[in-house]
Write a protein that binds this ligand. Structure first.
Ligand SMILES: Cc1cc2nc3c(=O)[nH]c(=O)nc-3n(C[C@H](O)[C@H](O)[C@H](O)COP(=O)(O)O)c2cc1C
Length: 343
Protein backbone atom coordinates (compact mmCIF):
# COMPACT_ATOMS: atom_id res chain seq x y z
CA UNK A 1 0.00 0.00 0.00
CA UNK A 2 1.24 3.50 -0.75
CA UNK A 3 -0.27 6.35 1.23
CA UNK A 4 1.45 9.66 1.68
CA UNK A 5 0.25 12.62 3.71
CA UNK A 6 1.64 15.84 2.32
CA UNK A 7 3.18 18.34 4.71
CA UNK A 8 0.54 20.81 3.64
CA UNK A 9 -1.76 18.76 5.86
CA UNK A 10 -0.47 20.24 9.11
CA UNK A 11 -2.65 22.87 10.80
CA UNK A 12 -4.27 24.22 7.67
CA UNK A 13 -7.61 25.69 6.68
CA UNK A 14 -10.13 23.38 4.97
CA UNK A 15 -8.50 21.32 2.27
CA UNK A 16 -11.36 20.58 -0.02
CA UNK A 17 -9.55 21.94 -3.05
CA UNK A 18 -6.22 20.48 -2.10
CA UNK A 19 -5.09 16.87 -2.46
CA UNK A 20 -3.42 15.88 0.80
CA UNK A 21 -3.86 12.12 1.03
CA UNK A 22 -2.24 10.49 -1.98
CA UNK A 23 -2.80 6.83 -2.78
CA UNK A 24 -2.65 4.65 -5.87
CA UNK A 25 -6.44 4.99 -5.94
CA UNK A 26 -6.42 8.81 -6.16
CA UNK A 27 -3.76 8.65 -8.87
CA UNK A 28 -5.43 5.92 -10.93
CA UNK A 29 -8.90 7.47 -10.83
CA UNK A 30 -7.85 11.11 -11.02
CA UNK A 31 -9.63 12.34 -7.88
CA UNK A 32 -8.36 14.64 -5.13
CA UNK A 33 -9.49 12.60 -2.14
CA UNK A 34 -9.52 8.85 -1.41
CA UNK A 35 -13.28 8.85 -0.83
CA UNK A 36 -15.95 7.11 -2.92
CA UNK A 37 -19.73 7.45 -2.89
CA UNK A 38 -20.91 3.99 -3.89
CA UNK A 39 -23.98 3.31 -6.01
CA UNK A 40 -27.28 3.78 -4.18
CA UNK A 41 -30.56 2.70 -5.73
CA UNK A 42 -32.99 5.69 -6.06
CA UNK A 43 -30.37 7.99 -4.47
CA UNK A 44 -27.35 8.00 -6.81
CA UNK A 45 -28.65 10.76 -9.09
CA UNK A 46 -27.06 13.79 -10.73
CA UNK A 47 -27.43 16.20 -7.77
CA UNK A 48 -25.60 13.97 -5.29
CA UNK A 49 -22.99 12.62 -7.70
CA UNK A 50 -22.09 16.09 -9.00
CA UNK A 51 -21.75 17.41 -5.43
CA UNK A 52 -19.41 14.51 -4.60
CA UNK A 53 -17.36 15.16 -7.75
CA UNK A 54 -17.15 18.88 -7.04
CA UNK A 55 -15.92 18.07 -3.52
CA UNK A 56 -13.01 16.11 -5.01
CA UNK A 57 -14.32 12.62 -4.24
CA UNK A 58 -15.57 9.93 -6.63
CA UNK A 59 -19.35 9.65 -7.00
CA UNK A 60 -21.34 7.02 -8.89
CA UNK A 61 -24.67 7.43 -10.65
CA UNK A 62 -26.75 4.32 -10.05
CA UNK A 63 -27.48 2.80 -13.44
CA UNK A 64 -30.60 0.86 -12.49
CA UNK A 65 -32.22 3.92 -10.91
CA UNK A 66 -32.72 5.02 -14.51
CA UNK A 67 -35.59 3.04 -16.06
CA UNK A 68 -33.98 2.76 -19.51
CA UNK A 69 -30.53 3.15 -21.08
CA UNK A 70 -31.81 6.35 -22.75
CA UNK A 71 -32.66 7.78 -19.33
CA UNK A 72 -29.15 6.92 -18.15
CA UNK A 73 -27.68 8.87 -21.06
CA UNK A 74 -29.79 11.89 -20.03
CA UNK A 75 -28.78 11.56 -16.36
CA UNK A 76 -25.09 11.43 -17.33
CA UNK A 77 -25.60 14.61 -19.40
CA UNK A 78 -27.43 16.27 -16.49
CA UNK A 79 -24.53 15.41 -14.15
CA UNK A 80 -22.05 16.91 -16.62
CA UNK A 81 -24.00 20.18 -16.51
CA UNK A 82 -23.38 20.27 -12.76
CA UNK A 83 -19.71 19.28 -12.65
CA UNK A 84 -16.59 19.14 -14.81
CA UNK A 85 -14.92 16.69 -12.41
CA UNK A 86 -14.66 12.89 -12.89
CA UNK A 87 -17.60 10.69 -11.87
CA UNK A 88 -18.71 7.18 -12.70
CA UNK A 89 -21.68 4.83 -13.09
CA UNK A 90 -22.58 1.99 -10.71
CA UNK A 91 -23.37 -1.20 -12.63
CA UNK A 92 -25.22 -3.54 -10.26
CA UNK A 93 -25.73 -7.06 -11.56
CA UNK A 94 -28.80 -8.49 -9.85
CA UNK A 95 -29.65 -12.17 -9.38
CA UNK A 96 -33.04 -11.72 -11.12
CA UNK A 97 -34.96 -14.10 -13.37
CA UNK A 98 -35.67 -11.35 -15.89
CA UNK A 99 -32.49 -9.27 -15.99
CA UNK A 100 -32.46 -5.64 -17.11
CA UNK A 101 -30.93 -5.00 -20.58
CA UNK A 102 -27.36 -4.91 -19.28
CA UNK A 103 -25.69 -4.84 -22.70
CA UNK A 104 -27.76 -1.80 -23.71
CA UNK A 105 -26.99 0.04 -20.47
CA UNK A 106 -23.32 -0.80 -21.03
CA UNK A 107 -23.46 0.61 -24.54
CA UNK A 108 -25.04 3.80 -23.15
CA UNK A 109 -22.17 4.12 -20.66
CA UNK A 110 -19.57 3.74 -23.39
CA UNK A 111 -21.34 6.06 -25.83
CA UNK A 112 -21.61 8.71 -23.11
CA UNK A 113 -17.84 8.65 -22.64
CA UNK A 114 -17.93 7.46 -19.04
CA UNK A 115 -14.47 6.25 -18.02
CA UNK A 116 -15.13 4.89 -14.51
CA UNK A 117 -17.56 2.10 -13.57
CA UNK A 118 -18.32 0.47 -10.22
CA UNK A 119 -19.56 -3.08 -10.74
CA UNK A 120 -21.35 -4.95 -7.96
CA UNK A 121 -23.18 -8.22 -7.50
CA UNK A 122 -22.27 -11.13 -9.78
CA UNK A 123 -18.79 -11.39 -11.28
CA UNK A 124 -18.80 -8.88 -14.17
CA UNK A 125 -16.67 -10.89 -16.62
CA UNK A 126 -18.44 -10.03 -19.89
CA UNK A 127 -18.78 -6.38 -18.88
CA UNK A 128 -15.09 -6.11 -17.98
CA UNK A 129 -14.23 -7.66 -21.35
CA UNK A 130 -16.34 -5.01 -23.11
CA UNK A 131 -15.40 -1.99 -20.97
CA UNK A 132 -11.65 -2.40 -20.50
CA UNK A 133 -10.68 -2.24 -24.20
CA UNK A 134 -12.44 1.12 -24.55
CA UNK A 135 -10.49 2.58 -21.65
CA UNK A 136 -13.02 2.31 -18.81
CA UNK A 137 -11.51 1.81 -15.35
CA UNK A 138 -13.45 -0.61 -13.15
CA UNK A 139 -13.85 -0.90 -9.39
CA UNK A 140 -15.57 -4.17 -8.51
CA UNK A 141 -17.40 -4.20 -5.18
CA UNK A 142 -17.66 -7.53 -3.39
CA UNK A 143 -17.88 -9.04 0.07
CA UNK A 144 -15.22 -11.75 0.32
CA UNK A 145 -11.50 -12.28 -0.30
CA UNK A 146 -12.21 -15.10 -2.77
CA UNK A 147 -14.46 -12.88 -4.87
CA UNK A 148 -11.93 -10.04 -4.71
CA UNK A 149 -9.18 -12.36 -5.98
CA UNK A 150 -11.43 -13.56 -8.78
CA UNK A 151 -12.23 -9.95 -9.76
CA UNK A 152 -8.51 -9.12 -9.81
CA UNK A 153 -7.88 -12.13 -12.04
CA UNK A 154 -10.40 -10.93 -14.66
CA UNK A 155 -8.70 -7.54 -14.87
CA UNK A 156 -10.58 -5.00 -12.74
CA UNK A 157 -8.50 -1.99 -11.69
CA UNK A 158 -9.51 -1.87 -8.02
CA UNK A 159 -11.74 -3.70 -5.57
CA UNK A 160 -14.16 -2.27 -3.01
CA UNK A 161 -14.50 -4.72 -0.16
CA UNK A 162 -17.81 -4.46 1.73
CA UNK A 163 -17.70 -5.61 5.36
CA UNK A 164 -20.64 -7.08 7.27
CA UNK A 165 -21.48 -3.62 8.66
CA UNK A 166 -22.51 -2.27 5.27
CA UNK A 167 -25.87 -1.14 3.97
CA UNK A 168 -27.42 -3.27 1.26
CA UNK A 169 -25.80 -6.64 0.52
CA UNK A 170 -23.13 -7.76 3.01
CA UNK A 171 -22.99 -11.32 1.59
CA UNK A 172 -23.38 -14.45 3.67
CA UNK A 173 -19.98 -14.74 5.40
CA UNK A 174 -20.52 -12.20 8.21
CA UNK A 175 -16.90 -11.01 8.32
CA UNK A 176 -16.59 -7.45 9.58
CA UNK A 177 -14.27 -4.86 8.07
CA UNK A 178 -11.64 -5.09 10.80
CA UNK A 179 -10.72 -8.56 9.51
CA UNK A 180 -12.01 -8.42 5.93
CA UNK A 181 -10.07 -5.30 4.89
CA UNK A 182 -6.57 -6.51 5.87
CA UNK A 183 -7.42 -10.07 4.76
CA UNK A 184 -8.10 -8.58 1.33
CA UNK A 185 -5.26 -6.05 1.13
CA UNK A 186 -2.67 -8.70 2.03
CA UNK A 187 -3.80 -10.88 -0.90
CA UNK A 188 -4.45 -8.36 -3.71
CA UNK A 189 -1.97 -6.43 -5.83
CA UNK A 190 -4.48 -3.86 -7.12
CA UNK A 191 -5.75 -1.02 -4.86
CA UNK A 192 -8.43 -1.94 -2.33
CA UNK A 193 -11.18 0.45 -1.21
CA UNK A 194 -12.57 -0.24 2.27
CA UNK A 195 -16.36 -0.19 2.43
CA UNK A 196 -19.00 -0.69 5.10
CA UNK A 197 -19.22 0.98 8.48
CA UNK A 198 -17.15 4.03 7.53
CA UNK A 199 -18.66 7.46 8.13
CA UNK A 200 -15.91 9.77 9.32
CA UNK A 201 -12.18 10.53 9.47
CA UNK A 202 -11.53 7.85 12.07
CA UNK A 203 -12.87 5.24 9.67
CA UNK A 204 -10.78 6.61 6.82
CA UNK A 205 -7.55 6.58 8.84
CA UNK A 206 -8.31 3.10 10.18
CA UNK A 207 -8.96 1.85 6.64
CA UNK A 208 -5.64 3.29 5.44
CA UNK A 209 -3.90 1.62 8.39
CA UNK A 210 -5.49 -1.69 7.37
CA UNK A 211 -3.92 -1.38 3.94
CA UNK A 212 -6.81 0.15 1.99
CA UNK A 213 -6.15 3.06 -0.39
CA UNK A 214 -9.53 4.73 -0.04
CA UNK A 215 -12.97 4.36 1.51
CA UNK A 216 -16.40 3.82 0.03
CA UNK A 217 -19.41 5.21 1.91
CA UNK A 218 -23.13 4.81 1.29
CA UNK A 219 -25.01 5.57 4.51
CA UNK A 220 -22.96 8.72 5.26
CA UNK A 221 -23.64 10.20 1.80
CA UNK A 222 -27.32 9.20 2.05
CA UNK A 223 -27.57 11.67 4.92
CA UNK A 224 -26.20 14.82 3.25
CA UNK A 225 -27.92 17.99 2.10
CA UNK A 226 -27.67 17.05 -1.60
CA UNK A 227 -28.94 13.49 -1.16
CA UNK A 228 -32.24 13.49 -3.10
CA UNK A 229 -34.42 11.93 -0.39
CA UNK A 230 -37.06 13.32 1.98
CA UNK A 231 -35.65 15.19 4.98
CA UNK A 232 -37.60 12.99 7.42
CA UNK A 233 -35.54 9.99 6.30
CA UNK A 234 -32.34 11.93 6.97
CA UNK A 235 -33.62 12.93 10.41
CA UNK A 236 -34.45 9.27 11.10
CA UNK A 237 -30.88 8.28 10.25
CA UNK A 238 -29.48 10.95 12.61
CA UNK A 239 -31.78 9.70 15.38
CA UNK A 240 -31.01 6.00 14.82
CA UNK A 241 -28.23 4.04 16.50
CA UNK A 242 -25.87 1.39 15.15
CA UNK A 243 -28.31 -1.25 16.46
CA UNK A 244 -31.26 -0.09 14.38
CA UNK A 245 -30.80 -2.22 11.29
CA UNK A 246 -32.22 -5.61 10.29
CA UNK A 247 -30.82 -8.35 8.07
CA UNK A 248 -33.66 -9.43 5.83
CA UNK A 249 -33.88 -12.30 3.28
CA UNK A 250 -31.21 -14.31 5.17
CA UNK A 251 -32.98 -17.68 4.81
CA UNK A 252 -33.11 -17.06 1.05
CA UNK A 253 -29.34 -16.50 0.79
CA UNK A 254 -29.80 -12.90 -0.28
CA UNK A 255 -29.01 -11.08 2.97
CA UNK A 256 -29.83 -7.39 2.84
CA UNK A 257 -29.16 -4.84 5.59
CA UNK A 258 -31.99 -2.33 5.93
CA UNK A 259 -33.32 0.17 8.44
CA UNK A 260 -35.23 -1.62 11.20
CA UNK A 261 -38.91 -0.75 10.94
CA UNK A 262 -42.32 -2.40 11.02
CA UNK A 263 -41.89 -3.81 7.50
CA UNK A 264 -38.39 -5.22 8.06
CA UNK A 265 -39.59 -6.94 11.27
CA UNK A 266 -42.51 -8.45 9.39
CA UNK A 267 -40.21 -9.77 6.62
CA UNK A 268 -37.85 -11.35 9.15
CA UNK A 269 -40.78 -12.93 11.02
CA UNK A 270 -42.51 -14.36 7.94
CA UNK A 271 -39.34 -16.03 6.69
CA UNK A 272 -38.48 -17.23 10.21
CA UNK A 273 -41.91 -18.89 10.28
CA UNK A 274 -41.08 -20.85 7.13
CA UNK A 275 -42.38 -18.43 4.52
CA UNK A 276 -41.00 -18.25 0.99
CA UNK A 277 -40.11 -15.29 -1.18
CA UNK A 278 -43.72 -15.15 -2.37
CA UNK A 279 -44.78 -14.44 1.22
CA UNK A 280 -42.58 -11.31 1.42
CA UNK A 281 -42.45 -10.24 -2.24
CA UNK A 282 -44.89 -7.38 -1.73
CA UNK A 283 -43.18 -6.17 1.46
CA UNK A 284 -39.72 -5.92 -0.13
CA UNK A 285 -40.90 -4.44 -3.43
CA UNK A 286 -38.60 -1.72 -4.74
CA UNK A 287 -41.48 0.69 -5.30
CA UNK A 288 -42.26 0.64 -1.57
CA UNK A 289 -38.65 1.42 -0.69
CA UNK A 290 -38.62 4.19 -3.24
CA UNK A 291 -41.74 5.75 -1.75
CA UNK A 292 -39.98 5.97 1.64
CA UNK A 293 -37.48 8.35 0.07
CA UNK A 294 -40.19 10.32 -1.74
CA UNK A 295 -42.70 10.69 1.10
CA UNK A 296 -40.49 10.56 4.19
CA UNK A 297 -42.73 7.84 5.68
CA UNK A 298 -39.98 5.56 6.99
CA UNK A 299 -42.39 2.67 7.63
CA UNK A 300 -43.66 2.35 4.07
CA UNK A 301 -41.17 -0.26 2.93
CA UNK A 302 -37.64 -1.56 3.38
CA UNK A 303 -34.76 0.82 2.68
CA UNK A 304 -31.02 0.21 2.84
CA UNK A 305 -28.94 1.70 5.63
CA UNK A 306 -25.80 0.49 7.39
CA UNK A 307 -24.64 0.17 10.99
CA UNK A 308 -22.62 3.33 10.41
CA UNK A 309 -25.83 5.32 10.91
CA UNK A 310 -24.81 5.20 14.58
CA UNK A 311 -21.92 7.50 13.61
CA UNK A 312 -24.08 9.95 11.64
CA UNK A 313 -25.08 12.94 13.78
CA UNK A 314 -25.80 15.68 11.24
CA UNK A 315 -26.83 16.51 7.67
CA UNK A 316 -23.89 18.44 6.19
CA UNK A 317 -23.43 19.46 2.58
CA UNK A 318 -21.25 17.03 0.67
CA UNK A 319 -18.49 19.67 0.46
CA UNK A 320 -18.58 20.17 4.24
CA UNK A 321 -18.51 16.43 4.82
CA UNK A 322 -15.59 15.68 2.51
CA UNK A 323 -13.44 18.56 3.74
CA UNK A 324 -14.23 17.68 7.36
CA UNK A 325 -13.20 14.06 6.82
CA UNK A 326 -9.96 15.00 5.06
CA UNK A 327 -9.09 17.72 7.60
CA UNK A 328 -9.72 15.47 10.58
CA UNK A 329 -7.91 12.52 8.98
CA UNK A 330 -4.80 14.63 8.51
CA UNK A 331 -5.08 15.84 12.12
CA UNK A 332 -5.37 12.27 13.40
CA UNK A 333 -2.38 11.08 11.35
CA UNK A 334 -0.09 14.04 12.02
CA UNK A 335 -1.39 14.71 15.52
CA UNK A 336 -2.70 11.90 17.70
CA UNK A 337 -1.02 9.02 15.88
CA UNK A 338 2.31 10.79 15.30
CA UNK A 339 2.38 11.76 19.00
CA UNK A 340 2.25 8.08 19.98
CA UNK A 341 5.67 7.54 18.42
CA UNK A 342 7.21 10.53 20.19
CA UNK A 343 6.65 9.23 23.71
C1 LIG B 1 -29.75 3.57 0.20
C2 LIG B 1 -28.67 2.69 -0.33
C3 LIG B 1 -28.83 2.06 -1.55
C4 LIG B 1 -27.81 1.24 -2.05
N1 LIG B 1 -27.95 0.70 -3.31
C5 LIG B 1 -26.89 0.05 -3.88
C6 LIG B 1 -26.96 -0.37 -5.24
O1 LIG B 1 -27.97 -0.20 -5.93
N2 LIG B 1 -25.86 -0.98 -5.77
C7 LIG B 1 -24.72 -1.17 -5.04
O2 LIG B 1 -23.74 -1.69 -5.58
N3 LIG B 1 -24.63 -0.79 -3.75
C8 LIG B 1 -25.69 -0.18 -3.16
N4 LIG B 1 -25.59 0.26 -1.86
C9 LIG B 1 -24.34 -0.01 -1.09
C10 LIG B 1 -23.36 1.18 -1.13
O3 LIG B 1 -22.91 1.46 -2.41
C11 LIG B 1 -22.14 0.89 -0.23
O4 LIG B 1 -21.46 -0.27 -0.71
C12 LIG B 1 -22.51 0.67 1.22
O5 LIG B 1 -23.51 1.58 1.59
C13 LIG B 1 -21.31 0.83 2.13
O6 LIG B 1 -21.67 0.68 3.45
P1 LIG B 1 -22.04 1.92 4.43
O7 LIG B 1 -23.47 2.21 4.14
O8 LIG B 1 -21.80 1.38 5.78
O9 LIG B 1 -21.17 3.08 4.05
C14 LIG B 1 -26.63 1.04 -1.31
C15 LIG B 1 -26.49 1.67 -0.06
C16 LIG B 1 -27.48 2.48 0.43
C17 LIG B 1 -27.30 3.16 1.77
Amino acid sequence: MTTTVSRAGVGRAPVQDEAVLHTRFTELFGVRHPIVQGGMQWVGRAELVAAVANAGALGFLTMLTQPTPEDLVKEIARTRELTDQPFGVNFTILPTITPPPYAEYRAAIIESGITIVETAGNLPTEHVEALKPVGVRIIHKCTSVRHALKAESIGVDAVSIDGFECAGHPGEDDVTGLVLIPATTERLRIPVIASGGIADARGLVAALALGAEGVNMGTRFLCTAESPIHDDVKQAIVAASERDTDLILRPLGNTTRVARNAVSREVVQRLHDGGTFDDVRDLVAGVRGRSVYETGDIDRGVWSVGQSQGLVHDIPTVAELVSRIIDEAVDIINGRLAALTRR
